[in-house]
Design a protein around this ligand. Structure first.
Ligand code: GLC
Length: 745
């Protein structure tokens, strides 16, 4: 009982005594008792103080806010002395509740990992977990105990710059990677000094911004929300994610920050989430811009009553909640509940016992962290083309060129505040370090550079080279928040440079570092091999050298479909069949005879100038070696009840000349449903690493519950009927290795 609380820490005892004890104490477990005891005895003002997140301002002002108990959390303060002063002010003064220190640690703190879209391409959840764990360890050494990651927004539109921050277009892959990230950040024990609270964001539907323009309205109907956009957030709740962040967008007229349906009815009442929800940056106040709130006071009322617990930097709660309670527009119990949600996470983090950081500064850029980042960059690279130029053979002299070949800042990618470019290993540094005879002529100095005056020098340098490595793509500023593009071709004169390189007659290996799929359709012909590294992070250069040298075989698979051109967007693999499904890929436009008959080109869901299907499909990626699949079997063909399981077994053999890894993907199709269902959906995958000649028996198990969907009455159902089941190495039909039909009885 009370002894549990005394054991917690003097600060908690102090908190209790300072709050005068009192209030009805929940007779639940120690956590409930502690949270109830701390919160029930707070003044209304101090309850509201816990719901206020402040951004870094002058240390005196921050110290004052903390001492007054009006700072539940702070973000973007990284000066350790300031943080100590702030925390001391909070714990030494009533109500003695520690401040929750937060920061965006999206794909690394000091050691920077590939952007999340790149990590998704690894199809290796353990790699994502490990990267998040390392990020947490390094961030915790600077007192950060809460980060705003993983970003779980499904993105089917690469014009949207924030596709870089998520795990791509597929709900299942995003769910698996998101859960892995939560486990990485939070560990098995959130109170461990190196664990930090994760934040599932942006809740919900933010990636469906109309026209791929950031912050734009979304119009996601309930069934699509349930079946595509919500599942990754549900998976995060099941993984124990401590916090959620409401998204900027208004979906079908309701801003997420004031949307009771998602913040309370679904997140709390259906998913039983007991952490807390923070708004996005000033998104409480932005409900005025949306025309959803008349003023800041109205916005505060709408947000708290919808179930938003913490106000990020709008000061709406701090300035108006007390008045709203006195006017009877907001009940104090609502504020009490929100405060308990915040204090509960602080309790789980062990902040009451250990409000100050104890992790050594030595963890930053630790060798094992850099090694993990190297592994992640190697595994995240997707080989899109290779006509034999890779791995490099009998290559001594390399011409290295392109705007990203020595771009230590841009190589890190978007959302990097604390990683230092001085630690970046660029391709130039890595090729030199590896002992290659490298001639470096950038040709272009940054990705948007259109100055072709150096191309002649590139051509001259190519004469003596055995192979050319072009490293292009996009500067980091061109993806991420508020950085959307209507044209996804290579920026500047990069395509012209590739044309120039092609004319030299030397093998051209094109390496693309980007925050999104780019429409490299017209560049392909000017390359002999293409390695897509997304933004690979601190160790990208070493990873590239290991990959092109054949020390590591490319094994990444695309987490998002690559459109042929921006006009084709949205293009994604798990689309519906439509009443007139298209197929084939030929471009009809150039072969249409004059006065062609009205229906002579067929009447299917097709683009005359682009054909059907993406440039590269979801799940696609090449290897240096070959894999043979055999001995397929499925445990049975008739199933019933959601606890049943589909088990597909098979053998994979590495029949080529290099070690490598293949990603076996399991797709299903619900052939007839009470609503139209996608032509295929990823429901399982396994990345299998094999030495040359090695084979492995593999089993992929799919719970029948994963075939459920939300149907006509917004109920999640498992419908009887026939399903097709595939094992494939991409979402494209030509990569199907085996298929069968099963029946749900
Ligand atoms: C930003 C982003 C969000 C981020 C937050 C704090 O506007 O939308 O992803 O975590 O503000 O920096």
């Amino acid at each position: 009982m009370i002894k549990d609380i005394i054991k917690l820490a003097p600060i908690a005892l102090l908190a209790l005594s300072a709050c005068g004890g009192g209030g009805t104490v929940n007779n639940g477990n120690a956590e409930d008792r502690f949270v109830d005891s701390v919160v029930n005895s707070l003044s209304l003002k101090h309850k509201i103080g816990q719901l206020n997140q402040v951004t870094a301002v002058g240390v005196e002002e921050m110290e004052k806010l903390a001492a007054e108990g009006m700072m539940g959390s702070i973000l973007n303060e990284t000066n350790l002395d300031n943080l100590h002063r702030i925390q001391k002010a909070a714990v030494d003064n009533p109500p003695h509740i520690p401040v929750l220190i937060s920061r965006d640690v999206i794909h690394g703190y000091k050691t920077i990992f590939p952007i999340p879209l790149g990590q998704a391409a690894s199809f290796d959840p353990e790699l994502v977990r490990q990267g998040s764990e390392i990020s947490a360890i390094e961030a915790a050494s600077d007192g950060i105990r809460w980060t705003f990651a993983p970003m779980l927004d499904i993105a089917r539109d690469p014009r949207w710059g924030r596709i870089a921050e998520g795990y791509g277009e597929d709900a299942y892959l995003t769910s698996v990677m998101g859960a892995a990230a939560v486990k990485g950040y939070q560990g098995d024990d959130l109170s461990k000094e190196t664990s930090i609270a994760a934040c599932a964001k942006h809740f919900v539907g933010y990636g469906a911004a109309t026209a791929g323009r950031d912050y734009n309205s979304t119009f996601i109907p309930m069934r699509l929300l349930r079946n595509v956009y919500l599942p990754p957030f549900r998976a995060a709740a099941q993984a124990g994610c401590a916090t959620y962040m409401s998204s900027f967008n208004d979906n079908d007229g309701v801003p997420s920050t004031g949307n009771k349906l998602i913040l309370t009815d679904i997140l709390r009442n259906e998913w039983k989430f007991d952490g807390f929800v923070v708004s996005d940056w000033f998104s409480v106040g932005e409900m005025i811009n949306h025309g959803f709130a008349a003023d800041m006071k109205d916005a505060a009322e709408k947000a708290i009553n919808a179930g938003l617990d913490m106000d990020m930097v709008a000061n709406a709660y701090k300035d108006y909640l007390e008045t709203l309670v006195s006017e009877g527009k907001v009940s104090e119990s609502k504020i009490t509940e929100a405060c308990k949600n915040v204090v509960r996470i602080k309790y789980r983090l062990g902040l009451f016992q250990n409000p100050y950081p104890t992790v050594s500064q030595d963890v930053k850029y630790a060798p094992e962290h850099l090694e993990a980042a190297l592994h992640a960059a190697e595994q995240s690279a997707v080989m899109l083309k290779n006509n034999g130029a890779l791995p490099l053979k009998n290559v001594k002299k390399i011409l290295l060129c392109g705007p990203m070949a020595d771009a230590p800042h841009d190589q890190l990618g978007t959302w990097v505040f604390d990683g230092e470019k001085s630690h970046t290993i660029t391709p130039l540094a890595a090729f030199k370090e590896a002992g290659y005879d490298v001639t470096y002529v950038a040709g272009l100095t940054y990705s948007r550079d259109s100055n072709t005056s150096k191309f002649a020098e590139v051509t001259r340098a190519a004469k003596s080279a055995d192979a050319i490595i072009f490293v292009g793509g996009e500067e980091s500023i061109l993806s991420g928040e508020a950085h959307c593009l209507s044209n996804l071709n290579l920026q500047g004169a990069q395509s012209e440079l590739l044309e120039t390189l092609k004319k030299t007659g030397k093998p051209v290996v094109a390496v693309i570092m980007a925050g999104r799929p780019l429409t490299i359709t017209d560049d392909i012909k000017n390359t002999d091999a293409i390695l897509y590294m997304f933004h690979p992070g601190t160790m990208g250069g070493n990873a590239l050298v290991n990959l092109v040298a054949g020390k590591v075989t490319p094994s990444g698979k695309l987490p998002a479909s690559f459109p042929k051109n921006a006009g084709q967007i949205p293009v994604y693999y798990n689309q519906n069949n439509t009443g007139r499904p298209a197929s084939g890929n030929e471009i009809l436009l150039d072969d249409i005879p004059a006065e062609a008959g009205q229906t002579s080109l067929g009447c299917t869901s097709y683009m005359l100038d682009t054909g059907f299907g993406p440039l590269y499909p979801f799940g696609y990626g090449l290897s240096y070696t070959e894999f043979a699949f055999s001995d397929f079997s499925v445990n049975k063909t008739e199933f019933s009840g959601e606890n049943d399981e589909i088990k597909v077994s098979f053998t994979i053999k590495n029949t080529g000349n290099y070690e490598g890894a293949e990603v076996a993907q399991l797709y299903v199709r619900d052939l007839v449903g009470s609503i139209t269902r996608p032509i295929k959906e990823l429901k399982g995958f396994k990345k299998v690493y094999l030495q040359k000649g090695e084979q492995q028996n593999v089993e992929i198990t799919v719970p029948l519950s994963s075939l459920k969907f939300y149907g006509l009455d917004d109920k999640e159902i498992l419908e009887k009927g026939e399903f097709e089941v595939w094992i494939a190495t991409s979402s494209a039909n030509e990569d199907i290795k085996w298929k069968t039909k099963i029946t749900v009885k």
